[in-house]
Each structure stands twice: as C-alpha cells, then as structure tokens.
Design a protein around this ligand. Structure first.
Ligand code: SF4
Length: 352
C-alpha cells in the first residue's frame, strides 16, 4: 500500500490527508447543515484532491484555474462551494452514512502528486468503505499504465472530463488558447484506453453543452464516445464566478434538452447519430425514431435526469444536485421528474 506523505503542522491542507467535497456531499455526511430544493438527495460522494499550490492547468471555464486570484481553498470547482475536510473524518462519516450512498468518486486535478494520491485513496475507499469507486481522471498527469493500477486498487469505473465536443474548442479553452497543459489527443487516447481496461459501460466522458459547439458536433462526439463502449456524462455550461468565461451565458434551455434527449437515446443504443436530422445551423430536427417512440422516452423523464456513473439500481447514482444550473432553471434533474416537470420539458423542447 502506498503511504501518504508526512506533513508538518504548519503546512496547508493537502491531499491525501485532506480532500475537498461537494457541498451536497458534506450535507449528506452531516458535516454541513441544509436541505436541497425539493429535498433532492445525493447518492454519490464527490471528492476532489486538494493541494496548496492548486491546479496547474488553466481551463477557461473552471473555478480552479491557476491564473485566477485567490487562495486555492477559496476557489470553487463547479457552481457550489467545495469545503475541505481531513481524510479520517471523511472515512468515518462515509462508513457511518454508507446506507445512503451508492458510489464514491475521486476527482483528480493537474498536480504531480495526483496519481499517487488517487491510488492511495482508491484503495482505502474500496477496502474500508466498500462502495463502488469511480475516478474522474486527469490524463495530463497520467500514463496509460496507471489505468491498470487504478483498477487493481479497486476502482470500478473511470471517466475523462473531455468537456469540449471538438478538438478546436478543446485547444481554445483548455490548451494553447489559454496557455494550458492539456492536449486533446492525450484525453481521447486515455478515454479509449479506459474503455478497454475497465470494459463496456464502465468508462465515462464528461461533456459540457454550450461551449460554442453546434448541436451536430456534440452529437457526433457523443456517438464517438459510445462507439468506444463508454457513455457521456452531460453538463450544461454554467458561468463560474472568477473564471475567464464568467461573462458567458448558459446555452438556451431548448438546446440542452435536445442534447439530453439525443444523448440518452444514443447511450442506451436506441438510435445512432447518423439517424438524427439537423437543420442548416446544426440543430436537431429529428431524433431518428418515430415521434411516438421519442415521446414515450420523454414521458419517462429519464433523459433529462443527471447523467453519470450508475449505482443502487439507478442509471446515474452520481446526481450532482443543481451542479449545472440553479433550482430556478434546473438543467439536469437530480430526481425523477414529476408530471409538471415533464410538461415543462415538453414546453422547453417545443414538443407538440
Ligand atoms: S459521473 Fe460522477 S461519479 Fe462518474 S466520474 Fe463523473 S463525477 Fe465521478
């Protein structure tokens, strides 16, 4: 077993002895008080490596980007605060609240210690907690052989946050365009290797809608991910305060709904990207199935729920409550939709 680096008492919190966790995770473990809108509950404990030096990358949309001013611990990862706790408290409370949870996810950041610390944490959560473990990997800090090691330490799934649908947009927002270290080819190759090492439906690809891509480009990317045997975990872009893209708006809700619906149909093998039709601006005008079949899927509400790693009989145990939009404009529903939600979604889709 790898052992964590010893720290002196004067050092700032650093992984693996400390981790950040989503506010929803802290509430689920009883470490923070509060209730989510409509009593949304969390089923996957989302954890994030943390280092005093922060993340070495510079992604334009991320609250952790190194060029942003402020101490790393004060920066938020996505939308909501990510408080920091010591690992032993997290382990103890996770074991105590295990019955409420179906998965643990460890998110890497771009740091030289990220792989070694992720392996250590994966082994501990796998062995001591016993819930399925996902790793949201950082290909820039990794080599392909690390995948085998992650699996050997007990990771059940792994995902790559490609985030951008096209190579050009990736370069613009994560690579050369921002002086960042990430390279599209490295991300794609790691995703492909992950699907091979972990197996069909055990690899995931995070993609963000509303980063300047056309709908047809996003659909083609989702199909390419599916063709690897992986699935897409979808997000709607939300402007992070303090990030380079803080001024940019989320995409129109109808765009996100069409992509959610198509993503669901492609990822669960009901249609392929080639079956869809698009207008001259790349917008989806047909989903490649009979209208009555599409409506049946809309009426389940499932395409519009958060997409992520499964667990506990749910298509996505990782439901990240309100992670990509406020409660007043829910983009990814963290709970099953009710009749009024489905009516709203149909209205947003312009479904007649
Ligand atoms: S979908 Fe959730 S559990 Fe899966 S890798 Fe992404 S953040 Fe982690």
């Amino acid at each position: 077993m790898l052992s964590p680096k010893k720290r002196t008492s004067t050092e700032q919190p650093s992984s693996p002895e400390y981790l950040q966790m989503s506010l929803a995770a802290a509430m689920t473990l009883g470490l923070k008080e509060g209730l989510f809108f409509r009593n949304a509950r969390l089923y996957c404990l989302n954890l994030l490596l943390t280092y005093p030096e922060g993340c070495r990358a510079n992604c334009a949309y991320c609250g952790l980007q190194k060029s942003r001013e402020g101490a790393f611990g004060e920066k938020s990862f996505i939308r909501v605060p990510w408080p920091t706790y010591d690992l032993e408290t997290i382990m103890r409370e996770t074991i105590a609240h295990k019955a409420r949870l179906h998965r643990v996810c460890i998110s890497m950041i771009t740091h030289s210690r990220a792989v070694q610390d992720t392996l250590y944490l994966t082994e501990r959560f796998h062995r001591e907690v016993g819930l399925p473990v996902s790793i949201l990997m950082n290909p820039t800090s990794m080599k392909p052989s690390d995948l085998q090691e992650m699996k050997r330490k007990g990771a059940q799934m792994a995902a790559v946050a490609l985030d951008l649908a096209t190579e050009d947009l990736f370069d613009l927002h994560r690579g050369k365009g921002v002086g960042g270290p990430h390279r599209f080819d490295q991300y794609w190759e790691m995703l492909s290797a992950t699907a091979e090492v972990f197996g069909r439906n055990k690899a995931g690809c995070h993609l963000i809608v509303g980063m300047g891509e056309r709908e047809d480009q996003m659909i083609q990317r989702i199909q390419k991910v599916r063709d690897l045997g992986a699935r897409t975990h979808l997000f709607s872009f939300f402007p992070e305060k303090g990030s380079r893209m803080a001024h940019k708006k989320s995409c129109p809700v109808d765009q996100y709904r069409r992509i959610q619906l198509a993503r669901y149909l492609i990822d669960f093998d009901h249609c392929r990207a080639e079956d869809l039709e698009f207008d001259d601006q790349g917008r989806i005008i047909s989903f490649g199935l009979k209208k009555s079949e599409v409506e049946q899927w809309i009426d389940t509400g499932r395409p519009f729920m958060t997409s992520g790693c499964p667990g506990g009989g749910m298509e996505a145990a990782c439901n990240r409550p309100y992670g990509d939009g406020p409660a007043s404009d829910i983009r990814s529903f963290p709970f099953p939709l009710e009749a009024q939600d489905i009516a709203l979604v149909k209205q947003q889709l312009g479904w007649e």
